[in-house]
Design a protein around this ligand. Sequence first.
Ligand SMILES: Cc1cc2nc3c(=O)[nH]c(=O)nc-3n(C[C@H](O)[C@H](O)[C@H](O)COP(=O)(O)O)c2cc1C
Length: 218
Amino acid sequence: MKKIFLLLLMILTVSGCGGTAQDKKSAEPAEVKAEDKAPVATQSADKKILILYYSRTGEEYGLGNITKGNTEIVAEYLAKKTGADMFEIKPAKPYPDAYEPCTEIAKLELESNARPAFASNIDNLAQYDTVFIGYPIWWGALPRVVLTFLEANDFTGKTIVPFCTHGGSGLSGTERELADACPNAKVLSGLAIVGKSAQNDFPTVEKDIDAWLTQLGY
Ligand SMILES: Cc1cc2nc3c(=O)[nH]c(=O)nc-3n(C[C@H](O)[C@H](O)[C@H](O)COP(=O)(O)O)c2cc1C
C-alpha cells in the first residue's frame, strides 16, 4: 500500500512541477515583460510587428506640395528595418490638400474633440504584439482621426511604440494621449522626427531612427 502511494506521489510530482522544456518556453515572454525589455528584433510567427500610421500629402508648411507624407517616409523605413507589416489610417473624408484650410479643420476638430470617421479598419490586429503608431503633430496633439481609429480597436496587452513627425513641437505629450486611448497597452517612449528632415535630409533621420531602434532592442 505504501509503495503504491509513493508511486502515485512521484507521478504527480513529475507531471505537476512544470519542469518540461515546453513549460520553460512558455514562461519566457512573462520574464521579458517583467524586466520591461523591448520585444524581439525581427518579424516572427509568434511576435508580429505592425506599423500603423496616418500621414497627409498635399501642401505642407515649409515644404510646398509633397506627394509622400513625412510620417509615411519614416513608417516605410521602420517597416524595412523591422520587417513589419504596415497599415495606413485613412480618413473617410480626406483633409484638404491646401495647408491653411487643413489647419482650420484640424483646429475645429481638436476644439470639439471630434472623432472623424476613418475609411477602413484593419482586420487582423489581434496577431500583432507590438504596434508602432506614427502620426503628424497637429496643433500640439494627435490628429483626431488617429484617436477614432485607436478607440475603435482593442490594443489590450500590446506594446505601443509611438513615432511622430512635426514642425518643431516634438511629441507634444501625444504618448499620454495614446495611453489614454489604449488603456490596457504598454506605451513606450516615442521618437520625434522633424518633418522637413524626413523629406530633405533622410541620411540624418536614418541615423536617429537606427539609434532609437537599437535602444529599443531592435
Ligand atoms: C493641421 C496641421 C497642424 C499642424 N500643427 C503642428 C503643430 O502643432 N506643431 C508642429 O510642430 N507641427 C505642426 N504641423 C506640421 C506637421 O506636424 C508636420 O509637417 C508633419 O511632418 C506632417 O506630417 P505628414 O506629412 O506625415 O502629414 C501641423 C501641420 C498640419 C497640416
